[in-house]
Structure formats: C-alpha cells, structure tokens
Design a binder for this molecule. Structure first.
Ligand code: NAP
Length: 495
C-alpha cells in the first residue's frame, strides 16, 4: 500500500480508510492509498506552514539548485514512473513517457525563473515629502495544488514548478484514481533535497480531502485543474476566504479547416489533437468546422488516420502501422461518451467511422475512436465537453459562419484555424472566444506561453513566466523622509 507524503514522512491516515486504485485496462486493483480526512489535511498544512518561512528566505539560486537536483532524480526514474502512470491512468507507454518529459521540461523552465523575479520602482509625487516607491514581490504562502486524472504529472508540474520557484510551499491533491505516479515523483523530488514540508502529497476524495484543503484558513492560494462544475464549487468554497485562485477547467475547442488548408497537416493535427490520451484532454480539437469545398477530401484523410488507432492495454505496443490507444479512465466516463454519441445519432447524426465498445473489449473501459457528421448544433456533443475519442465534424460555407459556430459554446479554452490567408488568421486570432488560438498547428500547451481559458474554461493562467505572478504577492513599499539635506555636515553624520 502506498502512503501519503507529509514533510519527509510516509504517512497513513488517522482513520485507516483506504481507496483502491484501479487499472482501467483490466479493472484490476493496482494498489491502495490512504483516504485522507480533514485531520490528515490539517497535518499536511501544518507541515507546509512550518516550512514556508525558511523556503521563502532561501536564496533563489539555492531553490533552483534543489529543484534541478529533483528533476535529475525524476529523469533517472522516468521509465519506472511512466510504467506506474500507464497502469493507474491507462495511457500508452509512449504517451506516459511523453508526459514525464513534459513535466521535467516545465519544472526546468520554472527552476530557471527562480532567480529572475523582478519588482518595480516608481517615482512618487513629493506632496508628503520626497519618497521612493517600490513594488516588491513576496511568495503567497501555502499553496493547494488540485490535479485531475488525465495528465497527473504535467498538471502537477504546472503548479508545483512556479510555486516552489517563487518560494511557496505546496500540498498536492492528485485525483483519487491517479495518486501513485504523483507520490513517486514527489518522493524523488524530496529525496533530492527539498526541505521537509516544502512539497507534500495527500491522497483522498475531492469531496472530503479536497474541500478540507480548499477551506483550510492557512492555505492562501488554490491552483485547481478539473471540470467546470468542480471549479464552480471551488469558487464557492474559497471565495468567502478571499483566497487567490486559478481555475483551469473544461473545454470544447473548435478547429476551422479553410479551403486553402494543407489538408494532410490539418488531418494529422486534428487527429492527434482529438485522439491523444484517448480524447481525455481539456485542450483538444473537439468540434471541427470544414469548408464545403474541401470537406470530402479532409474527411477521407482524417478517417484514414483515425482508423490506425487500435484500442488496447497501454503497456502492449501496437504493430505498425497501428497506433495504440488506451482505455477511458473510468466506466462512468465511457458511459457518458456512449450517451453523447447516442444523443447525436438520435438527432440525425451519422457515424463516419467507429462507434461504441470495440469487439472483444468488454473488460476494461475501451471505446472505439469515432468520427460523426451532421450532428445538430444543439446536441450534447456540442453543448457539453466530450472527454473521450468522439469527434463531430461540421460543414461550413464562410469564415463568418465558422467563427459564429465556433463561439457557440459555454467554453473558451483552445481553438485553431488551418489556413495561410493572413486576413483570416487575423480574424480568427481576434474573434475566436478562447484563451489560445493555434494556426496550422495542433493544440499543444507549450511551457513557454500562458495557458488558460475564458468563459466556463476558467480564470487565470498557468505556464509561461506569467504563471509565476499567480504565486507572488506584489507589495507596494514607500520609503519616506528622503529629503537631501542642504548641510553637508548633517548629511555625513546621519549616514
Ligand atoms: P474533477 O472531477 O473536477 O476533479 C479534478 C480534481 O478535483 C480531482 O483531484 C478531484 O478529486 C478534485 N475534486 C473534486 N471535487 C472536489 C471538491 N469539491 N473540492 C476540491 N477538490 C475536488 O475533474 P476530472 O473529471 O477528474 O478531470 C477532467 C476535467 O478536467 C475535464 O473537464 C477537463 O477538461 C478538465 N481539465 C482542464 C485542464 C485545463 O488546463 N483547462 C487540464 C486538464 C483537465 P477526486 O478525483 O479525488 O474526487
């Protein structure tokens, strides 16, 4: 049984309750972890509070050095960590290794920024006497990092990286169903030299451990990634205590394929963008709008690529040219995708490829990659987030129509357009209601650029140097009584 990580200690919960971690490909138990209650959250927050003063005062270069030592240690164990991720999350080994690499790249990015924090100087009016104005930046304090199951490591890294670099201490709450890779990575980061209490992990249900963490008065900052409904709940809980919040929530990214698009590249990018991680990505091409004149040519290319996916166990490599697709993470999620598909079909949509549970795959939560067309724009595949391998494709006649339909969603995370027409690129960049727009590229979250959404996709940004600002409190400092004396004698005696 895995244990929680509080300070440098592996800790069980006071109640002795546990949660089973299930392998989504086999439905077998991988391991069990403690099911934390408020008393266990209290212990983790106390550890983070004890560590926060010393960590905030540690030289930034030293913070960076300790983070890099941890990064090196995780890199040495990358295959072991990827194997854990495959078994608890379901993704194929190659994707799991890719996730570990993305995590490491992000952590390096923030280790490099630890010593680059900058404040400001402001000339002040002399009404109250000559004064100097400064803006200094201080760590916020104890941070709660709440992470979903789809990318447990990268989404932990986007919080832990900037938080630690800025001098905060952190308590990570992974999804109850994917705690094992998180615990192992945190253990390695600690072993490499992070002081006790700087990075802690509690395991347990969001409704209990998560809420206890969000509402704990000593937690000053909540970094949350998950569904929009949970995001709303986090606002209700954290808002009254005026906590600093970032919310990275759901999405329903539109992709627009224009008549001049490179159709091979568009089909490649949209295929990966939709079906990577078995479609369980916030950022993914979830609705595709294709101009009439290239619709058939695009669809042919897309289906050719989608048909290469072979659902199966993530640890078994597919025979080329097949590409492995893992299962969905839970049975409930698979049922939701099935229901969303059925709703579209009942309203007149047509399956172009796939549909349903693959033959012989009744055990494990597998779903065939599926492409549909003619779904009405008020069907569930448009109104709701589709968090699985199901892609609706729509015909459009003009860019105005494409942008109008693209914006007809409560979400606003990513978006993309496939064209070389500079005026259309400009219109898409200006008019698509989203936190991000890709042009002739798949939806990919670079560590270097701010990442986040508008509307029901959330608030605040992760990634980029911008993310550091959410872990720093700007403080205005005024130094008064700075009149320069006329008398040289007085000047020298007062120095
Ligand atoms: P979720 O149900 O909202 O869970 C996310 C995390 O929040 C889990 O650790 C969960 O714990 C915890 N949680 C649940 N209820 C809570 C509460 N009342 N208080 C505090 N914590 C609570 O999301 P999910 O279904 O696992 O993840 C998929 C969603 O995440 C999708 O909507 C996806 O689009 C979104 N997502 C967004 C981004 C982005 O950057 N915008 C990235 C990835 C995923 P338990 O699981 O243990 O209950």
């Amino acid at each position: 049984m895995a244990q929680m990580l509080i300070g440098h200690d592996e800790v069980a919960v006071v109640s002795g309750r546990t949660i089973e971690v299930i392998n989504p490909a086999t439905e077998e138990v991988v391991d069990t972890v403690p099911d934390a209650g408020p008393e266990d959250v209290e212990a983790a927050v106390a550890a983070a509070q004890r560590a926060v003063g010393a960590w905030a005062h540690t030289d930034p270069d030293e913070r960076a050095r300790l983070m890099r030592a941890g990064i090196a240690r995780v890199r040495e164990h990358q295959q072991e960590i990827a194997d854990i991720l495959v078994r608890e999350q379901g993704k194929p080994t190659a994707e799991a290794l890719g996730e570990v690499h993305h995590f490491l790249h992000g952590m390096e990015f923030y280790a490099d920024l630890a010593s680059k924090i900058r404040g400001a100087y402001a000339p002040l009016p002399s009404t109250l006497g000559p004064s100097l104005g400064m803006v200094i930046k201080r760590p916020v304090g104890v941070v709660a990092a709440i992470v979903p199951y789809n990318f447990p490591l990268t989404l932990m890294g986007t919080k832990v990286g900037p938080a630690l670099a800025a001098g905060n201490t952190v308590i990570v709450k992974p999804a109850a169903s994917t705690p094992l890779s998180t615990l192992r990575v945190a253990q390695l980061l600690n072993e490499a030299g992070l002081p006790a209490g700087v990075l802690n992990v509690i395991t347990g249900a969001g409704s209990v451990a998560g809420e206890a963490l969000v509402t704990h008065p000593a937690v000053r900052r909540v970094a949350f990634t998950g569904g929009s409904a949970t995001g709303r709940r986090i606002i209700e809980l954290a808002g009254p205590q005026f906590k600093r919040l970032t919310l990275e929530l759901g999405g329903s990214d539109p992709s627009i394929v224009c008549p001049d698009a490179n159709l091979d590249e568009a089909a490649r990018g949209i295929n990966i963008g939709r079906f990577f991680n078995a479609g369980q990505a916030c950022l993914a091409a979830k609705r595709v709008y294709v101009f009439d004149e290239v619709y058939d040519a695009f669809m042919g290319r897309l289906v050719e690529r989608v048909s290469r996916y072979e659902p199966g166990e993530g640890w078994v490599k597919a025979q080329k040219p097949k590409i492995r697709m893992g299962p969905l993470h839970t049975a409930a999620l698979r049922d939701t995708i099935q229901d969303q598909l059925q709703d579209a079909l009942d309203r007149g949509a047509r399956v172009v490829y796939g549909g349903g549970i693959p033959a012989g795959r009744e055990r494990g939560y597998f779903f065939t990659p599926t492409v549909i067309e003619n779904a009405p724009h008020d069907s569930r595949v448009v109104r709701e987030e589709v968090f699985g391998p199901l892609l609706p494709v729509f015909r459009v006649k003009t860019l105005s129509e494409a942008i109008r339909l693209a914006n007809d969603s409560i979400y606003g995370l990513g978006s993309s357009i496939w064209t070389y027409n500079i005026k259309w690129i400009n219109r898409a960049a200006q008019e698509l209601e989203a936190g991000m727009t890709w042009v002739n590229q798949l939806h990919y979250g670079y560590d270097e650029l701010p990442f986040g959404g508008v509307k029901a996709s959330g608030q605040g940004r992760e990634h980029g140097p911008e993310a550091m600002e959410y872990y720093l409190e700007p403080k205005s400092v005024v130094i008064g009584d700075l009149a320069i004396p006329d008398d040289d004698t007085e000047d020298s005696t007062q120095q």
